[in-house]
Design a protein around this ligand. Structure first.
Ligand code: D54
Ligand code: ZN
Length: 274
């Protein structure tokens, strides 16, 4: 079963006036992971699609998506698939890839239908593409590791870059995840923006009874959204994206836009945030 929602983009002047419910309606993407289903959100942020496939022991095939207006969803798109569950398989282009927890499969443009099976919980991110790059399975050992933060500032964490300039090649998708280390709860503080790229965060491995306060908005107009495990939040290009958990967690970040330079960020000094 496939369900697709559409999420339109919001400008910063409108966002200033949103109350909690409107803010959540416009930026928060909940409930994309449902057993036996593929659920997608077609966003108007660089036309990034985000969603989940949970085959729960059966087979789920993702082929045409009406919102894309093409015969198959990847006809003019590329995708990154992250498994946040137990081991499962992704079959595409006549090959079957086994994804353990934390593995990422890049799928190039024109690969055709994609079939999910096994015990995986697959996070799907897809962006428009205009050239085919090699479909590639990357495991955590293949990722580029960047250690950031420290225990003193409660943000000791490791960034794992999978699909990026110096890793698995893509047209525009940049994707990986960040793990917080014991006792650290803050991600991406000091915060940054990058108006040339949008970003989506999927928070997961948030323990039962815990949550993450995700901060967004222009640097002098910040707002927060309370995030539970396996929930997605869209970060418009004009917004900061940072979070503080009531416990530790992991989050997957994915970006699309004008460049793929991970370190191209406009840093906001903490004393300038409002
Ligand atoms: O533009 C890059 C993204 O915001 C994230 O990769 C940041 C992040 O994972 C972190 O600081 O922990
Ligand atoms: Zn960012």
């Amino acid at each position: 079963m496939l369900t697709v929602k559409t999420l339109y983009a919001t400008d910063p002047e409108a966002a200033k006036r949103y109350d909690t419910a409107e803010l959540r309606e416009k930026f928060h993407v909940p409930a994309m992971f449902a057993e036996g289903e593929i659920r997608l959100t077609y966003t108007h942020y660089d036309r990034m699609i985000v969603g989940g496939a949970v085959p729960a022991g059966k087979e789920l095939t993702l082929d045409a998506v009406a919102e894309c207006g093409t015969d198959t969803w990847l006809a003019r798109r590329e995708a990154g698939i992250l498994n946040i569950g137990e081991t499962g398989s992704v079959a595409v282009g006549g090959e079957t890839y086994e994804l353990a927890n934390g593995d990422v499969l890049y799928i190039g443009m024109g690969a055709g239908p994609v079939t999910f099976s096994g015990a995986g919980r697959f996070y799907i991110v897809s962006t428009p593409a205009h050239q085919t790059y090699q479909t590639t399975l990357a495991r955590p050992a293949d990722a580029n590791e960047v250690k950031l933060g420290s225990a003193e500032t409660s943000n000791d964490r490791t960034i794992y870059q999978f699909i990026h300039e110096n890793g698995v090649k893509s047209c525009q998708l940049v994707m990986g995840y960040t793990k917080l280390h014991g006792g650290s709860v803050w991600n991406t503080m000091p915060a940054h923006t990058h108006d040339r790229r949008m970003e989506a965060y999927l928070y997961y491995d948030v323990a039962e009874g815990q949550c993450v306060f995700h901060f967004m908005g222009q640097p002098q107009e910040t707002r927060h959204l309370v995030m539970h495990s396996e929930e997605i939040v869209m970060s418009p290009p004009w917004s900061i994206h940072s979070g503080a958990g009531t416990g530790s967690y992991t989050f997957c970040w994915a970006m699309a836009g004008d460049n793929m330079a991970f370190t191209d960020m406009d840093m906001i000094p903490v004393e300038e945030l409002k």
